[in-house]
Design a protein around this ligand. Structure first.
Ligand code: AMP
Ligand code: TRP
Length: 332
């Protein structure tokens, strides 16, 4: 049996990268597998969050996911801190994971920046909690964007070492699921940088809450180069902005990059951007509208999340009991 788990940080509005790299794929998996999707508020506070904003963003991201088509009846949609089993397993995994493994994590280096001594311990330990999120449900597959690959390798290392140390096949070796034409959507201002919530320029990303005019403006201002669009894939070499915009077009229209290139070969960026704008608006505006409708009733969102948390605890309880017994903790 396949069990899917994935998480997203409720640290701000979702952007096109989150949608194409993650949420849209999650929606597609829900018809085939048993899925748990988690708003990872405990991961969010590894960097400072205003408490009021964290609360608001958690509801917003939940609404965005439901608006994008995620069915909270069919799946479990939950908040990480609603199930304390994640944090309990993370502590046990802290004693399995090695310092040397965490020292290799590139996301920590990026997020901590130059002032590493001043980063929170939580930021350093982030990937261990992530492994616990996944393994507390013995999830077998994790759909994510490219940027999470290294963390999933660490999750496998932890599972393997735990199984070996205790001589029992307790945890599965979880596989990443990285698919779609846009596993890494890049910034609209710099085609070599990932589109990210934390970029200080709002022009670098398309937010799920942007209206049609804002999307049009951001795409019009998006960085390009002076050449017409290439005739074949090889022509994208050294043209990260062209590659990114064509990749976005391909993902939004569910086509391959090759067919996007064939369609716009030799055309000017300005024409292409007009078509891309129409497509982006048509894809995103129904989601934005539905999101706004859902956010008008925060109590209903809270009820969905609370119910998700309860269902999640039913799934993790036997795993935590098994792990406690395995490591030698007395029954409680
Ligand atoms: P985060 O916003 O970092 O919590 O990421 C949530 C999900 O979105 C993860 O599965 C990421 O891999 C994915 N994601 C974030 N940024 C991008 C991007 N620029 N392109 C593709 N996927 C992304
Ligand atoms: N680290 C992930 C991100 O920033 C979010 C996350 C937390 C996650 N726990 C997870 C993703 C478990 C997949 C599985 O995108």
């Amino acid at each position: 049996m396949k069990r899917i788990f994935s998480g997203i940080q409720p640290t701000g509005n979702l952007h096109l990268g989150n949608y194409l790299g993650a949420v849209r794929n999650w929606v597609r998996l829900q018809t085939e597998y048993e899925c748990l999707y988690c708003l990872v508020d405990q991961h969010a506070i590894t960097l400072w969050q205003e408490p009021g904003e964290l609360r608001a963003h958690t509801r917003e991201v939940a609404a965005a996911m439901i608006a994008a088509g995620l069915d909270p009846q069919r799946n479990i949609l939950m908040v990480q801190s609603h199930n304390p089993d994640h944090a309990e397993l993370a502590w046990i995994f802290n004693c399995t994971a090695r310092v040397g493994w965490l020292n290799r994590m590139t996301q920590f280096k990026e997020k901590a920046g130059k002032n590493r001594e001043n980063a929170s311990v939580g930021l350093y330990d982030y990937p261990v909690l992530m492994a616990a999120d996944i393994l507390v449900y013995k999830a077998t597959h994790v759909p994510v964007g490219e940027d999470q690959k290294q963390h999933l390798e660490l999750c496998r290392d932890i599972a393997q070492k735990f199984n070996q140390d205790y001589g029992r096949e307790t945890f599965p070796l979880t596989e990443p699921l990285i698919f779609g034409a846009a596993t890494r959507v890049m910034s609209l201002r710099d085609g070599t940088k990932k589109m990210s919530k934390s970029d200080e320029s709002d022009y670098s990303r398309i937010n799920m809450t942007d209206d049609a005019d804002t999307i049009a403006l951001k795409l019009r201002k998006a960085k390009t180069d002076p050449e017409p669009l290439p005739e074949h894939v090889g022509g994208l070499e050294g043209r990260p902005e062209a590659a990114n915009l064509l990749g976005i077009w391909a993902a939004l229209s569910d086509a391959t990059l090759e067919s996007a290139i064939a369609r716009f070969a030799g055309r000017r960026f300005s024409e292409f951007k007009n078509e891309l704008t129409d497509l982006a608006v048509a894809s995103l505006s129904p989601i934005t509208k539905e999101m706004q409708r859902l956010l008008a009733d925060p109590a209903a969102i809270d009820a969905i999340l609370r119910r998700g948390g309860e269902r999640a605890r039913e799934l993790s309880a036997p795993v935590i009991a098994e792990v406690r017994e395995t490591v030698g903790f007395l029954p409680r």
